[in-house]
Design a protein around this ligand. Sequence first.
Ligand code: NAD
Ligand code: MG
Length: 409
Amino acid sequence: MPTESNRENLNRQSTRQTATKNVAVLGATGSIGTATLDVLRHLDAIDTESRWNLFAASGHANVERLGEIADGLDHPPAKIALSDPDCASQFRSRHPEGAFQISSGPEALVDIACDKAVDIVVAAIVGRAGLESTMAAIDAGKRVALANKETLVVAGSLVKTRLANRSAEILPVDSEHSAIFQCLGDKTCKPKKLILTASGGPFRSWTTEQMQQATLDSALDHPTWDMGPKITIDSATMMNKSLEVIEAHWLFDLPADAIEVVVHPQSIIHSMVEFEDGSVIAQLSPPDMRLPIQYALTYPRRLACQTPPLARDQQWDLTLQPVDRDRFPALDLGFEVAAAGGTAGAVVNAANEAAVGLFLDGKIRFTDIVPACRACLESHSFDPNPTLDILLRLDGWARREVHRIISKP
Ligand code: NAD
Ligand code: MG
């Protein structure tokens, strides 16, 4: 997050006539990536101070979509990366190099994140796969518009250390964290509590017995947000909120017991901050990721946004309810991991990624996901001060462990 002196620098920069903002979108083919490209087109059309240029775009294996991105712009990105090397050869055969440089493999993501020409890196890769490129962007001193919450869940402590030593800054894209960032304002008062809102997902009012029979289609049918498959399943288990509790802990430097979660089915109040005097400040807007993405790109400036304003010619029903932690046991994991730190986040994140993958492949039941994560957390050998190597080794271990647990008769 920007420090006070950082903020002053940013304020100075924003009043200067800047030429071009070169943006690298890692995970450009996904839901956040697609919304970001839309925001860049919009900003380039309306911003009188800066030109907004998609300098580089990455996708993993979606050759079609990356082709549309490369061919669909008047000025194609200078760099295109496909992290899956097999798909990169397919892409190369359809798009001979010339207009842009094509690279492949995970190292191509790091190369883009560090490119001297890049001003802002949008970290929109899903899962732990986004970790190295996000860390590289921090090391290179970039502004990182962070959607990839898993990087903080896995390695929050290491990210904080690296941030402290460099001029980089993280601006949250996750709507809850963007809301909190906006509610904190000039940071003159330390918040007492961060109150994250949760839609409750498609199973908000289902019983545990009903959830045991949940189909993939019903779990993917999110009531308020249109997102990639992994985060959509995470929203159904409420593991997404759990990951967001950990993300908030690292982003805003508050302990787990200063973070709360409330269910807000309409997804209009994106989160709230309570101050010492009991005053609660909230941020409201329709459920549309283009607003937090744009704010992370243009901060501290606020420019006209494509998100439609909240309709005020009709009755609003904004409800808040406590979370039922018995029906959604994922949430306890988030608070435990945020309190424990060390290796806990890497283990729970990897177990969750593996279990969600198995559920998406039809191999396990919906209600098997969270117990698999808990089993891995409780059986791993906890290290309070791990290196990146240890975290990545445990990531591999937890993924194998989930497969072992589910293959037990
Ligand atoms: P998505 O599945 O729609 O897109 C994921 C992107 O990551 C794609 O571009 C894909 O090609 C790339 N990718 C997948 N596996 C990869 C790998 N192994 N190596 C490199 N790249 C890989 O996901 P999404 O919904 O856009 O979510 C992206 C991130 O943003 C996640 O961390 C998610 O939690 C976070 N987020 C998403 C939303 C949302 O509305 N979609 C909201 C808040 C936060
Ligand atoms: Mg969120």
